[in-house]
Design a protein around this ligand. Structure first.
Ligand SMILES: [Mg+2]
Length: 373
């Protein structure tokens, strides 16, 4: 497999809108500008989906309960999310990206990787392309974006976060290893809160700490992620930009060797599926609005029952409540059940999170072009 040579590195840009939902609200309603703003949640209940920079100064963050947010910032304004508007802006954003490359991998409504190695628009440098995109976004959408420019996805993504808001950071080949050395371990791709805790218990806190471990030590403790961590801690990441692989739904199902007939057995089976699916939802850091229960009976008749909620399902408790409600409405069943499944769809990624697939750690192909950074 050909890897990027130092003379021929890939050019990746990670573009990330600044406080996306909140910025769109402030753009569309001048009375909200310059004010601490939370999108989603309320002073009494719910969870903040996004916070404006004015609110972040008070420590208000996404995924924080509205009650806590209001306590931290008594003047905090709450507005309802308008996902249709965010989706429309996201489509405009995609159109801007498409002027510069076909290789666009959306991570969420407001975030994407672009492989601009081929420089199809003839801009001349990757940094120039990033600046052109940011200028287009400012002029046409009246919003700001930050960008990371680098030779791989991992570093480009971390870099885009470094000079936020409205900033750019370029990390050239040769600078990547130093760049990731001081990075907290939890910033590494695939390291969720649980893995970060396990790392911490092993004395691994930074990129440099990961790099100090042998591959076999990493394999012993982090299994499938070991190889990736080993490379990433050296500034290497060979995942290629995969166009348009945004997920539409997340789900899971189980077929039973014996048909289930009793309420209690069905409830227990459902709890197991909730476990499986919720773990996937968490891993993908995804919010979704529609929960669908699928039931296949012993005679192979299949039915689905769905419920959509607004704001999206944010906690396991919400997901459990809706899922159980869908099942309870079908009880008692008149015939045995051979399959149960749950799906979360109408997905929204919370700000700063990714709809991504850990299976996406793949070797990238050879690079033909050589574009300046
Ligand atoms: Mg963003």
């Amino acid at each position: 497999m050909t890897e990027d040579s130092p003379a021929n590195p890939r050019k990746i840009i990670h573009v990330d809108m600044d406080a996306f939902y909140a910025s769109v609200e402030q753009r569309d309603d001048p009375s909200l500008r310059g004010k601490p703003l939370a999108v989603g949640g309320s002073a009494k209940r719910g969870v903040v989906a996004a916070a404006s920079y004015e609110a972040r100064k008070f420590g208000v963050k996404s995924a924080m309960p509205g009650v806590t947010a209001r306590r931290r910032c008594p003047k905090l304004l709450f507005v309802k999310p308008r996902f249709e508007v965010y989706r429309a802006v996201s489509r405009q954003l995609h159109e801007i990206f498409a002027r510069y490359t076909e290789l666009i991998e959306p991570l969420s409504l407001d975030e994407a990787y672009l492989d601009v190695t081929a420089d199809t628009a003839g801009i001349g440098s990757a940094t120039g392309i990033a600046e052109a995109i940011r200028r287009n976004i400012r002029d046409e959408l009246h919003l700001t974006a930050s960008a990371g420019v680098s030779y791989n996805k991992f570093i480009a993504k971390v870099a885009s976060d470094q000079n936020k808001p409205d900033g750019v950071l370029v990390v050239r080949p040769g600078e990547g290893a130093d760049f990731v050395a001081s990075l907290p371990a939890r910033r590494f791709y695939g390291v969720g809160p649980r893995t970060a805790e396990r790392m911490s218990a092993l004395g691994i806190h930074t990129g440099a700490d990961i790099r100090a471990q042998t591959l076999s030590f990493l394999e012993q403790h982090f299994g499938k992620s070991a190889h990736y961590l080993y490379q990433a801690s050296r500034g290497e990441d060979y995942r290629s930009v995969r166009p348009d692989r945004e997920r539409k739904s997340i789900g899971g199902e189980r077929t039973y060797s014996q048909d289930l007939l009793l309420d209690e057995d069905l409830r227990t089976a459902l709890e197991h599926i909730i476990d499986i699916v919720w773990e996937r939802i968490e891993k993908n850091k995804t919010l979704g609005r529609t929960v669908t229960l699928k039931v296949k009976y012993a005679d192979f008749q299949q039915i689905t029952r769905a419920r959509s909620v607004s704001p999206p399902v944010e906690t396991r408790a919400d997901f459990e409540r809706i899922s159980r409600g869908l099942l309870e409405a079908l009880l008692p069943v008149a015939k045995g059940v051979r399959l149960l499944g749950l799906t979360l769809s109408a997905l929204e990624a919370p700000l700063g999170a990714s709809i991504d697939d850990p299976e996406g750690v793949a070797e990238a192909g050879p690079v033909q072009e050589s574009l300046a950074f």
